[in-house]
Design a protein around this ligand. Structure first.
Ligand code: NAD
Length: 332
């Protein structure tokens, strides 16, 4: 099939190019983010391959159908950016990569925790300036802390295993409890209890209408003073305004985020020569106890290989009329 890939980075291209010849598909790579204007680049293709910030609304699905696009192959797990109902109405199928090294994201969440807990981001800059003073670098142990995990899907479970390995007490909230985690010693509680009892809270649930701004002024008030909040899931799980306020009052002691509510206009771009227009991210950068990474938690060699192979397998299954095991269906 002819696939038009949007928001393509060099690492995507390298990873797809490595395996493309085998299934016999061809891929046109476009740097451009997918939107109603750039969609015309996909003329002559039968499938679109898109990423987390490529929003697809009803108007776009209509245009896609007219252009002969029959498949949207997401090279990510989340699908909150797609109007699934509109795509279904146009007869366009959607497939995704449900799990691509959940460990990659879980390990990144832990990297954020360890960096913030031991201030290695500050130490790195200091020693490069020949400043070997350790004044102000006092950290906290992770061992013995209570870690609250919201969402124990593939990534949340990998995160729980790491936390158990560190000797943490692990509490969890999920709409569906997981037996394997219970056997491991993870204790499921209501969300309020998890928020109230944890030193570190890590978010691993999807963004849905139910989870939008899950972390807001009200839920922050339940947390322990100085709690650490880690978000590697989706930016809008957290109301940034409320978190900034809580950082100022020290209610939140550490914030580690790989995703950001307004990331669409910022992440995946080099804006180093520009004036930052987003007031909230600019404010977040001023806190010494905040660490922001630009949606890179998934970015490991292992995960990229899994993403490209599953994406192309999804396309092949569609082309052959086989069962789409990774199909995303509206209302499910
Ligand atoms: P998953 O589908 O395996 O697990 C999601 C879990 O969340 C499930 O157990 C589900 O029951 C639970 N859940 C659903 N609604 C909930 C709610 N209201 N409260 C609590 N739990 C709820 O997904 P996953 O592979 O573990 O991925 C989790 C999220 O991580 C994805 O939705 C995506 O947004 C994000 N993600 C981020 C990156 C990154 O690079 N930063 C990469 C991959 C995925």
């Amino acid at each position: 099939m002819k696939i038009a890939s949007f928001s393509t980075k060099s690492y995507d291209r390298a990873s797809f190019d490595r395996i493309l010849p085998e299934p016999g598909h061809s891929m046109s790579y476009f740097d451009a983010k997918l939107d109603i204007r750039t969609l015309s680049l996909a003329e002559g293709h039968q499938a679109i391959c898109s990423f987390v910030n490529d929003h697809i609304d009803a108007a776009m699905t209509k245009k896609m159908a007219k252009m002969g696009i029959r498949l949207i192959a997401l090279r990510c797990a989340g699908y909150n950016q797609i109007d699934l109902k509109a795509a279904a109405e146009q007869g366009i199928k959607i497939v995704r990569v449900p799990a691509y090294s959940p460990e990659a994201v879980a390990e990144h969440a832990f990297a954020l925790i360890l960096t913030l807990a031991r201030k290695t981001h500050k130490a790195y800059n200091r020693v490069r300036d020949n400043n070997f003073s350790i004044e102000g670098l006092t950290g906290v142990n992770i061992h013995g802390k209570t870690v609250g995990v919201i969402g124990t899907g593939a990534i949340g479970r990998a995160f729980c295993r790491i936390a158990m390995g560190f000797g943490c007490k692990v509490l969890a909230y999920d709409v569906v409890e997981n037996e394997e985690m219970k056997q491991l010693g993870v204790q499921y509680l209501g969300i309020k209890e998890v928020l109230a009892s944890s030193h570190i809270i890590s978010l691993h649930c999807p963004l849905t209408p139910d989870t939008h701004h899950l972390i807001n002024a009200e839920s922050i008030a339940l947390m322990q003073d100085g709690a650490a909040l880690i978000n590697t899931s989706r930016g809008a799980l957290v109301e940034t305004k409320a978190v900034i306020k809580a950082l100022k009052t020290k209610k939140i002691g550490f914030l580690g985020i790989d995703v950001y509510e307004q990331e669409e206009n910022i992440f995946f771009k080099n804006l180093s020569e520009e004036i930052m227009q987003d007031e909230q991210i600019a404010r977040l950068m001023t806190f010494p106890n905040v660490l922001v990474t630009g949606h890179q938690a998934f970015l490991t060699k292992e995960a990229l290989a899994q993403i490209s192979s599953t994406t192309l397998a999804n396309v092949t299954a569609f082309e052959k009329g086989e069962k789409l095991v990774n199909e995303v269906v509206a209302g499910k």
